[in-house]
Design a binder for this molecule. Structure first.
Ligand SMILES: [Zn+2]
Length: 395
């Protein structure tokens, strides 16, 4: 048969030559319909399935095919060739069902193209686990098929079609019809016998893994049908709060309280690390630690993934605890005035000036006021250092 002057658009849709035989048309439809059925291939343009079905409908019928070959789509006037109106998928689905059977299991090849839903499992882990690495045996219960080879029973919810049709009245005597995947059988048209199975998974927590990091176990979610690949089980690590360390990426943070005399005179503070070593944090006399000062200890943070020998830093924030009211004797104060640098400011003020008003500073700010006063400073601490306010401004 010569292809000159013939219409070929429908042949192109199925990807066949204009002079192909019925077996080839059937084969082509089988291949194309599988690839573009909207229930099986979410995301694919649903019109494509309609086009494929329409092409097959015409070309598989010798009389219609002859008309089409001679006159094109125009020649098919009177046949069911109005393709893109509401509810038009129904006849094509019926054709599809007639061709492949009421469900997808008659595709000939039992491929597992679609995948089931993933399951997320939150696993609480300690900061030590993330620091040292650990293998945790996680016991899970999952649904599995009793027999993979056994045919399922027809889903009564969708009558074995795999989809349900819903009517919605939208007013003025018009109602809208649309189809959706049957939830009861997940679109397979069949239901399969399942059972619960307990399984122990080995969750390998690598050194330096982070909070909310995911470890994937492929195909370990529930089995619902032999035609659907089970989804993945995703273990989500959730780091438990540590009693004194906090973490941001590869760095660890700790808050240490020191006394005023330690801030001035030096100190040695022992801190137990996550791998149970004792770090002796030392500050020699001569270097003064100011309140809220932060110091970095290099390479004492979290291990860095994929670089087993490297670690982040440990950042120490110091709170300086001042002595409580009236805890230092008058005599000691007098000595401190001499020992500590700086001349007491009271001696610089001319008290006889008319503009000077003496005010006491015994009242402490409430925490709300304090937040307001400190609003432009970083709020790092969980313990608030109470300090005497000193709003006495010397003019
Ligand atoms: Zn169903």
């Amino acid at each position: 048969m010569s292809s000159v002057g013939m219409h070929h658009e429908l042949y192109d849709i199925l990807g066949v030559e204009v002079d192909c035989d019925q077996t080839e048309i059937k084969k082509a439809y089988r291949r194309c319909a599988k690839q573009c059925h909207p229930d099986r291939n979410p995301g694919v343009d649903p019109d494509l399935f309609k086009k494929v079905s329409h092409a097959y409908e015409i070309l598989s019928d010798p009389q219609k095919r002859e008309k089409y070959d001679k006159y094109g789509e125009q020649g098919l006037h009177g046949t069911n060739n109005n393709m893109f109106t509401q509810d038009e998928q129904q006849p094509y689905d019926d054709l599809f069902s007639a061709f492949f059977g009421s469900s997808f299991d008659d595709f000939g090849e039992k491929t597992q193209n679609s995948k089931g839903e993933n399951i997320r499992h939150v696993l609480p882990v300690s900061l030590e686990d993330l620091y040292l690495g650990k293998v945790i045996n996680l016991s899970i219960e999952r649904t599995v098929l009793v027999d993979r080879k056994k045919k399922g029973r027809k889903c009564l919810e969708c009558d074995g079609k795999g989809f349900v049709t819903t009517n919605r009245y939208i007013g003025f005597g018009i109602s809208q019809r649309w189809k959706s995947k049957c939830k009861n059988c997940s679109g397979h048209g069949q239901l399969f016998r399942t059972k619960k199975e307990r399984k122990v998974l080995q969750v390998n927590i690598e050194r330096g893994m982070e909070d909310k990091e995911e470890i994937r176990f492929e195909g370990m979610a529930d089995e619902t049908s032999p035609f659907i690949k089970p989804g993945d089980l995703i273990v989500v690590l959730e780091q438990k709060q540590h009693s004194y360390f906090s973490r941001v990426k590869n760095n660890l943070y700790i808050e240490l309280s020191i006394s005023l005399s330690e801030a001035i005179g030096g100190f040695e503070l022992p801190v137990e690390t996550l791998d149970k070593r004792i770090l002796l944090i030392r500050n020699d006399q001569g270097t003064v630690i100011h309140p809220n000062m932060r110091k970095r200890i290099v390479n004492e943070g979290m291990p860095i993934r994929d670089k087993p020998t490297e670690r982040g830093d440990l950042v120490v924030r110091f709170t300086v605890v001042f002595p409580p009211d009236h805890s230092i004797s008058e005599e000691a104060c007098a000595r401190l005035r001499v020992l500590l640098p700086g001349i007491p400011r009271s001696s610089q003020v001319r008290v006889d000036s008319d503009r000077v008003v003496q005010v006491a500073i015994c009242k402490e700010l409430s925490s709300r006021q304090e937040d307001f006063a400190n609003s432009e400073q970083p709020t790092f601490s969980r313990k608030t250092q109470k300090t005497e306010d000193s709003f006495c401004v010397i003019l």
